[in-house]
Design a protein around this ligand. Structure first.
Ligand code: ATP
Length: 384
């Protein structure tokens, strides 16, 4: 039975804000949407509750609310249900408006569970979450390798060179002998068209510039990707369009990231370039992402489960909080809901202000714990 999430970081119970201080109109906001909460592995049980607590504060500040529905995934789900992604979780997600997904640590699963598609890959495939939107921007006062950047990588999420997504049954990767590994890439016109349109529409709300990333000189499939994106671009005459080889793009991101606005690319190129962009702009701990279809969306930080620091209370929850803000923004647009839009922008702005005050977790060179950072974000939402 689903229950409303309550966490120790929940501002209704924790040190973030007391009920007594809250104006009356914030006390019983209407619940409109139901969102899943899948904590996942490694640092997931630390950063996901942090994101929910901060999001709850922003929703309350915007005089609205959502119902959070916790669902099992990952190692905890293997222990309780015998599967890293139990069918009951997938069925429940089908009834919800979207969900917040923590990272998973497949390498720690028992061998039988490692052989299947990992939980987020399975969810992306099952729900056809074809657009992986990964922003990378510099933050005021956060030390970064690059001086300034504000770009978004729009990654095709359902096919390309990630062979585990490419087949109806089994995976497009196999070993016919112990000494030969074969992998398959798949590129289809319809899927390229829809990711291209997602990129052009996003650019229309930003600085009106799309860059297609490919490797057309050696991989014909990516020339196909480039050409279909170009065709789609003809429908957006007001948007500047160029294209770059993926290897050159790695260099451009280091040298001149400020020249890019929206980058559209296939699955594996997008995964690699977004980790690079995330680290260049500060830390993986700041790298947010959203996985969206036309009807639902999953907030998921771009980083992994960070097993090296799990359980220590020192993970940076920023990426998870900013991903949750992206989910609220997506829901606001889908439901034409100004309060949700307000909550989304308050949540993202609170993270920016907290970082601007140089309240830094360890990955940014500070010593602030996950819980203290989250309290600081909530304090920015409800200032004294
Ligand atoms: P995966 O294959 O799941 O991406 P990975 O080990 O390759 O896993 P991450 O789990 O993202 O990659 O970890 C890479 C490095 O970044 C680790 O040193 C980890 O501690 C650090 N890291 C990742 N996310 C965070 C975070 N939110 N806060 C602090 N450090 C982080």
């Amino acid at each position: 039975m689903a229950r409303i999430l309550r966490t120790s970081l929940d501002p209704r119970h924790g040190p973030g804000i007391s009920r007594a201080r809250r104006p009356r109109q914030w006390q019983n906001p209407p619940v409109t949407l139901r969102l899943g909460v899948l904590e996942g592995d490694g640092i997931g049980p630390e950063i996901v509750p942090a994101a929910i607590a901060a999001a709850d504060a922003a929703l309350r500040r915007a005089n609205t609310a959502v119902q959070w529905v916790p669902l099992p995934v990952g190692l905890a789900a293997i222990a309780a249900h015998g599967s890293a992604l139990p069918p009951s979780t997938v069925e429940a997600l089908q009834t919800l408006d979207g969900w917040v997904m923590g990272p998973h640590d497949n390498a720690s699963y028992p061998p039988a569970h490692r052989a299947t598609l990992n939980p987020s890959g399975a969810l992306r495939k099952h729900f056809d979450l074809y657009a992986n939107i990964r922003p990378a921007r510099t933050f005021r006062n956060v030390p970064a390798t690059v001086r300034a950047a504000d770009l978004v990588i729009v990654r095709e999420n359902t096919e390309g060179f990630y062979a585990d997504r490419n087949t109806f049954a089994g995976t497009g990767e196999f070993m016919p002998t112990a000494d030969v590994a074969i992998t398959m890439g798949v590129f289809t016109r319809g899927r390229i068209e829809r990711i291209a349109h997602a990129a052009f529409q996003l650019a229309g709300r930003r600085r009106r510039h799309v860059t297609i990333v490919h490797k057309a000189n050696v991989l014909a499939a990516t020339a196909f990707f480039r050409d279909i994106c170009r065709e789609a671009g003809e429908r957006y005459p007001g948007i500047a369009l160029d294209d770059v080889h993926v290897d050159a793009m790695a260099a451009h991101l280091v040298r001149r990231p400020a020249d890019f606005d929206v980058i559209v690319t296939e699955n594996m190129f997008g995964d690699i370039l977004s980790d690079l962009a995330g680290e260049l702009t500060g830390s993986l701990g700041l790298a947010a992402s959203l996985n969206a279809s036309d009807r639902t969306a999953m907030a998921q930080a771009a980083h992994g489960s960070a097993p090296d620091i799990a359980g220590q209370g020192i993970a940076n929850p920023s990426a998870m909080i900013l991903s949750t803000a992206m989910l609220l923004e997506w829901l606001a647009a889908r439901h034409d809901d100004a309060r949700l839009a307000d909550a989304a922008s308050r949540l993202a702005a609170a993270v920016d202000r907290t970082l601007g005050l140089e309240i830094f977790p360890r990955d940014l060179g500070g010593a602030v714990t996950t819980a203290a950072f989250t309290r600081a974000v909530i304090a920015q939402i409800f200032p004294e």
